[in-house]
Design a protein around this ligand. Sequence first.
Ligand code: PHE
Length: 346
Amino acid sequence: MTLRDTLEALKNEALEAVAACGDIKDLQALRVKYLGKKGPITEVLRGMGKLPKEERPIIGQLANDVRAAIQAAIEEKQKALEEREIQEKLASETIDVTLPGRTQPKGNRHPLTAVIEEIEDLFIGLGFSVAEGPEVEKDYYNFEALNIPKDHPARDMQDSFYITEDILLRTHTSPVQARTMEAHQGKGPVKIICPGKVYRRDTDDATHSHQFMQIEGLYVDRNVRLSDLKGILTIFAKKMFGEDRKIRLRPSFFPFTEPSVEMDISCFHCGGDGCRVCKQTGWIEILGAGMVHPNVLAMSGFDPEVYTGFAFGMGPERIAMLKYGIDDIRHFYTNDQRFLQQFKRA
Ligand code: PHE
């Protein structure tokens, strides 16, 4: 075989191999094999010294042409393979933006929390601030400082969860009154509401729970009068239960207020004519209140000759039950989704 034939055969072999190649790595190997320093073309060029002088430029030219042809074929193939790789990548990494998303079930505020926050907002708007106190409370603040003597039935072991002789789970939020007044060191005004959990040794049923919420209110200043209490409670009743609500105050008794009252609102269901919601009376009992007892003011460092005040305490569960027609207090604490989901805001 002449050198010319060898080069020709080499070219054909290389071009065929490149054409058949389907992989960038293999192509790299072909480049090394045919065009590398130890490749056959280099070898031909090296052996040129043995050729007759006049053939050297012809074979040299031919070798260069073969090399250029193979080089061009490899480059073209390289481009094609790179392009194919990009297209494959694009195809495999395509994101289908039309796929539906995975739905995350959304929670909503607990109806009791919503009512408490509504009441808080209302009183904050009337100049009250929010105060809190411990749920594990001293007997002194829960009873003594509230003018509840040692032999008062409210202190009965039946009603309270005692932890030691002096410490119990608070039975109402009224101890926050005493704590806040004490912290004010005899200087008014004190204008607070205190929402929080309270505990009583009750057997749970549709209207009783051993743990429930209360919202306490306290306003102590010079010249606070019963008419101020009535005004505040009227605003509260109208905002919570409708603008045409009327209120009435009935005489009552609490050891820490004098006089003490219970507030009723005109029935929001029948307007006062009598229905099953108001048990045919036209009125619905909402909360207990009164003028802060002079003993309570004095025990917490306020001079009852200078300061007067009113206090009230309500059960937000009862208010939520009335407002939303909920028939069992246990719904607030059993976390049944079928109940809770009904209070989802649109
Ligand atoms: N603490 C009373 C209760 O638990 C409610 C109340 C608070 C009454 C403040 C009058 C004034 O029933």
